[in-house]
Design a protein around this ligand. Structure first.
Ligand code: DON
Length: 565
């Protein structure tokens, strides 16, 4: 059984690597009853207070979602979308899909200019935004699965927006990094700069327009956002910036309740999210392939395990490019892709000694007729309800445009579509017809909020940020726990690698692959390349049902905080 300590044998240098990565990190939070982990300490505190006041995990998750839209404006949002995976204390699970939709006026080639070169409009400005889903999604979750009133869960966010919060170094750094982009939009400058100057660590950031928007949502619910004052402000912003979202688009937006994607890995059950996210299908296809190998015996970050895992990643991302998209628009062969049989076929040409060139990997043969800057937070309450939420405005600060008068950033989620077949998006992902832009379609996501259970009891609640690397970051955290028997801090903070088929490159974080492993991988034909920055950030809760203990440790790549009781 999993415990709070590293139990497997690890070579000394690997211990040094893990110690390097975990040194200076927050200590693992240990609790008996309940836990919240998010990318921001203030938001985590909001969630814990809701739980202590008798709310359940869904109440807390909705409160954290609204609070992050204030204190984590680079990714927390009401102007974006995401996925919430709920598993209740009785073991029933459900997904709330509140992914953005393309405006009705969107068309396939909208980001291709006269010379056929993709322009930047899918990433910046009003034209990059899809119809936001967060407000409708959070409110739906609360109505169906929560126990508290909207007023109770949104009030902490209103107070944070009205009274302000202290800017931390993380936010200061992000503003510095994106300053030129942010300054391109007058509404953003008005809200996010004081007298034209950047906010710096220690300043109090008050967001009066955002407070007013949250108050309207408190008083009029989703109606305000989708057909009231806020809807009008969004449409005015669209008119100013040449965006496509109309009143009709907002009125027509609906979150969708979906069945989770379900699979197994060794003796564990895996629950994750279905299309329009690729996360669940890719994660389960990856785990099904890896189950065929004794990854634990191959060794953590050995050339053997890294090679096999990379080969699996190439095949799965190749399938992603071909088959995955919004299920309301294309027939997704989910049943085939997550079957053990397909994993057997798909892995049959994996050579443990030799890399298959990505150019020689084509999407698997699926008979469709046969079968039918993002942020993640996790919550478990004292009743045993679990919630795993990833939501996003895509880039850090999304489209960079704040809706004038409403005080929040709009997303640039339109870039998650495949704007042109074969041309990568900002995460280097290639797609085709399945993820082409269409009116009212949802762009394909990589968000992977996941819950792992064993013998019917929750073991891991996790997910992360990092664009295309979300899936592989979640995957590695799961195998670090299950195959390499790591504790939560080591599992989350260990260095990671990533292969997404195209480009044919095995990217890895600093210190991930020692020189000999790197050379072995090259001799197998892999193309390892060290990344300058880190991959993703995973926020996970680990539960040990035998000891009746709950553990969480924020990913050092993002910081944040875990708090339980
Ligand atoms: O839905 C997706 O897959 C992307 N919009 C996620 C973006 C993301 O993770 C950015 N954060 N680092």
């Amino acid at each position: 059984m999993i415990s709070g300590s590293v139990r497997c044998f690890l070579p000394a240098y690997l211990f040094l690597i893990i110690i390097f990565f975990t040194a200076g990190n927050a200590q693992t939070e240990i609790a008996k009853k309940a836990m919240v982990i998010s990318s921001d300490a203030v938001a985590t505190e909001v969630g814990v207070n809701i739980l202590k006041n008798g709310g359940n995990a869904i109440d807390a998750a909705v409160a954290v979602g609204f609070a992050l839209s204030v204190v984590f404006p680079e990714a927390g949002n009401i102007g974006g979308g995401g996925f919430m995976l709920i598993r209740d204390k009785a073991g029933k699970s459900v997904v709330i899909d509140f992914r953005e939709t393309a405006p009705a006026a969107a068309w396939r080639d909208m980001y291709i200019d006269s010379t056929s070169i993709l322009n930047n409009y899918s990433l910046r400005g009003a034209m990059s935004s899809g119809v936001p889903g967060t407000v409708a999604g959070l409110i739906k979750a609360l109505e169906f699965y929560g126990t508290m009133k909207l007023k109770e869960v949104i009030t902490p966010a209103i107070e944070l927006a009205r009274n302000g919060f202290i800017v931390n170094s993380r936010l200061e750094q992000k503003i510095i990094e994106y300053e030129a982009d942010l300054r391109s939009y007058p509404s953003t400058v008005k809200t996010f700069f004081k007298n034209g100057n950047r906010y710096v660590e220690g300043d109090t950031l008050r967001q009066n327009d955002l407070a007013k928007t949250l108050i309207r949502i408190r008083d009029y619910g989703a109606d305000d956002f989708y057909s009231g004052v806020t809807a009008n402000l969004i449409v005015d912003e669209m008119k100013r910036g040449g965006g496509l979202i109309t009143k009709e688009d907002l009125k027509n937006y609906k979150p969708i309740i979906r069945e989770p994607i379900k699979g197994t890995y060794r003796n564990y059950e895996i629950l994750s999210v279905p299309p329009p996210s690729s996360g669940g299908i890719c994660l389960i296809e990856l785990l099904n392939i890896l189950e065929r190998y004794d990854i634990g015996a191959m060794g953590f970050h050995s050339s053997k395990s890294v090679h096999v895992i990379s080969e699996a990643m190439k095949r799965v991302y190749s399938d992603r490019s071909e088959y995955l998209g919004d299920p309301e628009f294309i027939k997704v062969p989910t049943g085939v892709l997550i079957s053990k049989r397909y994993a057997r076929e798909r892995s049959s040409d994996i050579d443990t000694m030799k890399s298959t060139l990505s150019g020689n990997i084509k999407p698997g043969i699926v008979n469709v007729k046969d079968h039918p800057n993002t942020t993640h937070y996790s919550v478990i309450d004292s009743f045993g309800n679990c919630v795993s939420v990833t939501y996003t405005i895509n880039d850090i600060f999304g489209s960079q445009v704040i809706v004038d008068g409403a005080g929040f950033f709009l997303n640039d989620e339109m870039d998650d579509f495949s704007s042109k077949p074969g041309i990568p998006n900002s995460y280097g992902l290639i797609g085709g017809y399945a993820n082409a832009i269409e009116s009212r379609k949802r762009p394909l996501s990589s968000m992977t909020p996941t819950i792992v259970t064993k013998d019917g009891k929750p073991i891991l609640i996790l997910g992360g940020r990092g664009g295309s690397a979300i899936i592989t970051s979640v995957l590695q955290t799961i195998i670090n726990v299950i195959d390499f028997k790591m504790d939560i801090s080591s599992a989350v903070n260990a260095s990671r690698f990533h292969h997404q088929w195209m480009p044919d490159t095995l990217f890895y974080e600093k210190f991930c692959l020692p020189i000999d492993v790197n050379q072995n991988l090259k001799s197998k034909g892999q193309n390892p390349c060290e990344k300058e920055n880190y991959y993703g950030a995973v926020q996970a809760i680990l539960i040990d049902p035998e000891k009746n203990m709950i553990y969480a440790n924020p990913d050092f790549r993002e910081g944040g905080s875990a708090k339980g009781y």
